[in-house]
Design a protein around this ligand. Structure first.
Ligand code: DGI
Ligand code: FE
Ligand code: FE
Ligand code: FE
Length: 187
């Protein structure tokens, strides 16, 4: 699929703001893929579709989790954790993308996981540091991303855990596993 065709498909699923974010993730993930050794073409496709399900009704996302064999514990956490695994399912079903490396990068883009592939780390990090993002601490993560993919992912997940704790939001176990796994990989 051509980039233009893919972008047209995803634009229909997103708000203008989220589409601009997606373009930032595309640009950033291609750059990170080239730098750290992931396939830039796969990074591009995963980035284009990473937030495909972001605006699906929550009921539809819960139904998909229940009926399509996704982990049932997804239903016990904030609804934000749904759009990544549900997105991977819908991108396969509705768009026809079948590459498991791309689908996994979409699946894990919000929480991460233990022992992520380089492509998964690239999408996880690009989602956090793309140029339109303005979280507290994001500039330090951008700096670190110029040298060290694992350290930058660790900073991103630490910031996310801190943010969720301040808001009294539940933290999905994979998010903690990302943190623990990166510490293990780094030492
Ligand atoms: O979809 P984006 O906004 O581009 O970014 P994202 O897919 O990383 O989603 C970010 C949102 O997900 C943000 O509101 C924090 C939330 N989130 C990330 N990890 C967890 C989480 N929410 C809960 N409840 N638990 C998590 O572990
Ligand atoms: Fe997302
Ligand atoms: Fe993220
Ligand atoms: Fe995103």
């Amino acid at each position: 699929m051509e980039q233009n065709e893919a972008l047209e498909i995803v634009k229909k699923q997103l708000t203008d703001h989220r589409f601009i974010h997606t373009l930032g993730v595309v640009e950033t993930s291609i750059r990170l893929a080239n730098k750290f050794g992931a396939d830039p073409k796969k990074a591009e496709t995963a980035a284009i579709f990473h937030d495909y399900a972001k605006f699906r009704p929550k009921d539809e996302m819960r139904q998909i989790v229940q009926n399509e064999g996704l982990p049932q514990d997804l239903l016990l956490y904030g609804s934000e954790v749904l759009h990544a695994p549900v997105g991977a399912f819908l991108v396969k079903k509705e768009v026809g993308i079948a590459d498991p490396e791309i689908l996994n990068a979409i699946y894990y883009h919000t929480t991460g996981k233990e022992n992520m592939t380089i492509l998964e780390k690239v999408i996880f990090l690009a989602d956090y540091i793309e140029p339109n993002r303005q979280f507290p601490g994001v500039d330090a993560v951008r700096e670190t991303a110029q040298q060290d993919l694992d350290q930058a992912c660790l900073m991103a997940v630490k910031n996310t855990i801190g943010f969720l704790m301040k808001q009294n939001q539940k933290i999905y176990p994979l998010t903690f596993e990302t943190y623990n796994g990166l510490l293990q990989e780094i030492k």
